[in-house]
Ligand binder design. Sequence first.
Ligand code: FAD
Length: 341
Amino acid sequence: MAAPNVAVVGAGLVGLSTALCIAETCPSCSVTVLSDQFSPNTMSDVAAGILIPHTYPGTPIHVQKQWLKETFTYLFAISNSAEASEAGIHLVSGWQVFKNTPKEELPFWSDVVLGFRPMSKAELQKFPQHRFGQAFTTLKCDCPPYLLWLEKRLKATGVQMYTRKVADLWELHSEYNIVVNCAGIGAHQLVGDEKLFPVRGQVLQVHAPWVKNFIRDGDGLTYIYPGIHRVTLGGTREKESWSLSPDPGTTKDIFDRCCSLEPSLRGAQDIMVKVGLRPSRWCVRLQREVLSQGGVKLPVVHNYGHGAGGFSVHRGTAKEAARLVRECIAALQGSTSKAKL
Ligand code: FAD
């Protein structure tokens, strides 16, 4: 079989990182990214991009931990390179604080992030409404820079990128040997996945360069995540809401909640409001499927449904998707050689 043509549908965080993993691990493939939107217009561009995992109830914890480890190791290396600022990757230290001591004082990811420890009494004085806290250092990916850096890497490895809305994966069967579905919430319509639902998130991005530490309320709803240029203030989690319009009442509520954690934010300037839809599912769909019509087959690899934690696990899931693509190539090569016999 000649060099397999692989189409990756989607140019958010998951599509770009998956395309890069395929190009890196299957150098014989010709990889093309097809997407109706590119950065800065994807849902990934809205995210805060911090590596603090969200738990997928339908995925074994050891698998989620492996995805996080692979992602952390990959981004840590970038953060230690000369490309860190262009890629928008940086280390950030801070606190996760709780009004009541959580059942699980040591989350599964505590030994992946750096320097995880309970907060001291002196540190907790900064948060008079909270009784327990965890201090650690993690990584943050600023978008758009990280997505643009991925696009640059893809172009350098010869990957083509085209703006195209795909109505049905089957429409690609005559042009491509394998299709990888990284359409995020778009998969709801593209493959009719009823198990995939949006969790709307509204965030503010503000100018407050004096805020250097992240602060996250343990319930995950209120957070302050400093990036290279702007600080992200969050947030909301509205299940099944498809609205992309910012809500002014929510903006005020987020700002007030964040100011109660970090009063100096009252002086923040240049407030921008953004809304994104988390592509949520019981578990990430990382799976092979073979579409077939009239005896013609199209192998598909799905990689979507990363919900609230895509940044935390994206490199791990991209590696797994690339492995599934290699399995598809082996199956295609097997069927080609059988046909020749
Ligand atoms: P998307 O970015 O939505 O990309 C999907 C791509 O597919 C787009 O390019 C789209 O144009 C394309 N597409 C869709 N349908 C079609 C079609 N039919 N034809 C062609 N192209 C199509 N995660 C963390 O780990 N840490 C965080 O701090 C964090 N904060 C977040 C804050 C908010 C407010 C939100 C909304 C999310 C946050 N997340 C966070 C989650 C994270 O952003 C997502 O898990 C991740 O961005 C999902 O990436 P994706 O590439 O699957 O989706």
